[in-house]
Ligand binder design. Structure first.
Ligand code: PLP
Length: 321
């Protein structure tokens, strides 16, 4: 797993501050109760300059997650979008992983945060490599079905990207790593395939793509959505339906997708080879289409690339050259 290299600055409660000054008290509500909501977003160095992938939709999801927990973010969506771009520019990053987080802060220790508990907001932007390791997007990863299931819909909503949910992800991922797998695949409360600890999942069978529906205790991933759109553009049928565990064992191809991991082929599940045990042609075609968005080979027909107008970006360099 790629380590974090600290950048110089971070956006914290409306100000650009030195990275190591963005600290909080140990009695911060979120530290005790997991009461934070956050996003993981990537900015890419495209031929037209640094651009953030689906920034507005990520911030929409951040605000949706906050709403589910009745958390009022004390900034507008526009403020947060601008702050995301600003912190990428300030840190002089051509490509970055962005982590906006809103959380119940210091000022009360009751489970239900009251008016004495502020909502703090931070936005970090830093260089971060492939989440499942360098080379995994070509080589693929080994995964195992977890004994830990995803949260049932009447326990904690997986549609909210909340800090507390990631205790479930940590159990799934840790168990997988203990067994020598790169990642764990969780089933939902009905024992149907849900998702990875931090990625959505797709199966390919006879050139058709299958993915669990939004009702399978998944996070509605923006990469998942992009894959669905791009796969259809490539002429593949994409079917959102309940997937039984055994379908994993007889799939021609499987891949995981998410902002941090991007698109990663799965070469084995529970120590059984998937297809030939190497990246399959459909996965490869979808990867090419997806990464083509950032090299300019795939047209951005949906306005997914939101420029940061980074002075170090290719576009501005070209203007001033
Ligand atoms: C549990 C979980 N599922 C799926 C995803 C993929 O979502 P996205 O593509 O929006 O990053 C993530 C990553 O954020 C995640 O944490």
């Amino acid at each position: 797993m790629a380590a974090l290299t600290p950048p110089e600055k971070i956006w914290f409660n409306g100000q650009i501050r030195p990275w190591f000054e963005a600290t909080t008290h140990v009695l911060t509500h979120a530290l005790h109760y997991g009461s934070s909501v956050f996003e993981g977003i990537r900015a890419y160095d495209t031929p037209a300059g640094t651009a953030v992938f689906r920034l507005t939709e990520h911030i929409d999801r951040l605000f949706d997650s906050a709403r589910i927990y009745r958390m009022e973010i004390p900034y507008s969506k526009e403020d947060i979008i601008n702050a995301c771009k600003e912190i990428v520019r300030t840190n002089n990053l051509k490509q970055a992983y962005l982590r906006p987080v809103a959380y119940f802060g210091y000022g009360g220790i009751g489970i239900v945060p009251g008016p004495e508990t502020p909502v703090d907001v931070a936005i970090a932007a830093f260089e971060w490599g492939a989440y499942l390791g360098e080379g995994t997007q070509e080589r693929g990863v080994d995964v195992g079905v977890s004994s830990w299931h995803r949260l049932a819909p009447n326990t904690m909503p997986t549609g909210a990207k909340a800090g507390g949910n990631y205790l479930s992800s940590a159990l799934i991922a840790r168990e997988a790593r203990r067994h020598g797998y790169a990642e764990g695949i969780a089933l939902d409360a009905q024992n149907m395939v849900s998702e990875g600890a931090g990625q959505n999942i797709f199966l390919v069978k006879k050139k058709k793509l299958y993915t669990p529906p939004l009702t399978a205790s998944i996070l509605p991933g923006l990469t998942r959505d992009a894959v669905i759109v791009l796969a259809k553009q490539l002429g593949y049928e994409v079917i959102e339906q309940s997937i039984a565990r055994e379908a994993l064992y007889v799939a021609d191809e499987i891949f995981l997708c998410g902002t941090a991991s991007e698109i990663v082929p799965v070469r084995s599940v529970d120590s059984m080879k998937v297809g030939s045990g190497a990246r399959g042609p459909v996965t490869h075609a979808i990867q090419k289409k997806f990464f083509g968005l950032f090299t300019g080979e795939t047209a951005d027909t949906h306005g997914w690339l939101e420029p940061v107008e980074n002075p170090t970006s290719a576009q501005v360099r070209a203007i001033y050259a």
